[in-house]
Design a protein around this ligand. Structure first.
Ligand code: F6P
Length: 324
């Protein structure tokens, strides 16, 4: 393969730039030409593509967001859209593409591979909701951001003897809620993967009050509020009326998606970027790379998409065991 493309797609995640840099430099080191495709698969549809040199990716490893911009691209779902993308690849001499994003992006990568442009997916999303890997780029940075913000909420909750209900991101996975909840000493964590409801949070508050606990943090995942059709505000109202503890709700929102990537995100992004290019240079496409334990792994995209993500029940037990 002489020329490859690289794109970022779906929701941005801190560390995407480190992945772009790794892909670009690895490929150039192997004598390839690299083309940056802008705004996800849209760049293939509207031919927004630029050559990336070694210096194009200087000073981006420490930056959040994505210098290639990103988008979700519904026009790329029908075969017609995919074929238009293939035509652009042929016109531009792009023989393979590294797709950095979540599983929605991997579907586009699979379709392109099936139409003759081999793609390798790199998992990047703050949600950590991809089963084929233990870890997705951006997860660590997002958790650290959430942790710092929840620590600040704790200060004010403690000063006022209040309860703070905090909603963190994670549409289809409660991982951000679980791990930041433990790290912030949450009284309870509500995620869609567990049977616990608001009644459980109320019970925990009432039972821990008997041991002179006066302030409470309840971490709630976005998936829980969406799945149970209850807002963080409504949870807060129910807690206040059932316990008498003054309660405030905060939705952390998109602030979790930005910021300087942590060491872990830069490192994983660098390793996965390197492996993705190795695969393409070996002529292998239609694959997703990931990390399992300490090892870098890769799977066929369909196989990766069919895997079921499991929730860390042990960790959830620990959270409940030490939060009273
Ligand atoms: O997938 C990452 C994520 O941040 C989810 O946690 C959240 O539900 C979604 O993206 C938000 O998407 P958007 O940025 O399009 O509002």
């Amino acid at each position: 393969m002489k020329t490859i493309g690289v794109l970022t797609s779906g929701g941005d995640a801190p560390g995407m730039n480190a992945a772009i840099r790794s892909v670009t430099r690895t490929a150039i080191g192997k004598g390839m030409t690299v083309k940056g495709v802008y705004r996800g698969f849209n760049g293939l549809l509207n031919k927004h593509i630029e050559d990336l040199g070694v210096r194009s990716v200087s000073n981006i490893i420490e930056r959040g967001g994505t210098t290639l911009y990103t988008a979700r691209c519904p026009e790329f779902v029908p075969l017609e859209g995919v074929r238009k993308g293939v035509k652009t690849c042929i016109d531009e001499g792009i023989e393979g593409i590294v797709v950095i994003g979540g599983d929605g992006s991997f579907r586009g990568a699979k379709d392109l591979s099936n139409e003759g442009i081999p793609c390798v997916g790199i998992p990047a999303t703050i949600d950590n909701d991809i089963a084929a890997t233990d870890y997705t780029i951006g997860f660590d940075t997002a958790m650290n951001t959430a942790m710092e913000l929840i620590d600040k909420l704790r200060d004010t909750a403690q000063s006022h003897d209040r309860c703070s209900v905090v909603e963190v991101m994670g549409r289809r996975a409660g991982d951000i809620a679980l791990y930041t909840g433990i790290a912030c000493g949450a009284t309870t964590i509500l995620v869609m993967e567990s049977d616990y409801t608001v009644a459980h949070a109320i019970e925990r508050i009432n039972s821990t009050r008997t041991s002179r606990k006066h302030h409470f943090i309840i971490v709630v995942s976005e998936g829980f509020t969406a799945g149970n059709k209850i807002s963080a505000d409504e949870i807060s109202r129910q807690i206040e009326s059932e316990t008498g503890v003054e309660t405030r709700a905060t939705i952390l929102g998109h602030v979790q998606r930005g910021g300087t990537p942590t060491l872990r995100d830069r490192l994983v992004a660098s390793r996965l970027g390197f492996r993705a290019v190795e695969l393409l240079s070996e002529g292998k496409g239609n694959r997703v790379v990931g990390i399992k334990g300490a090892a870098i792994v890769d799977y066929e995209i369909n196989e990766a998409l069919a895997m079921k993500k499991t929730f860390d029940d042990e960790m959830y037990k620990i959270a409940e065991a030490i939060s009273f």
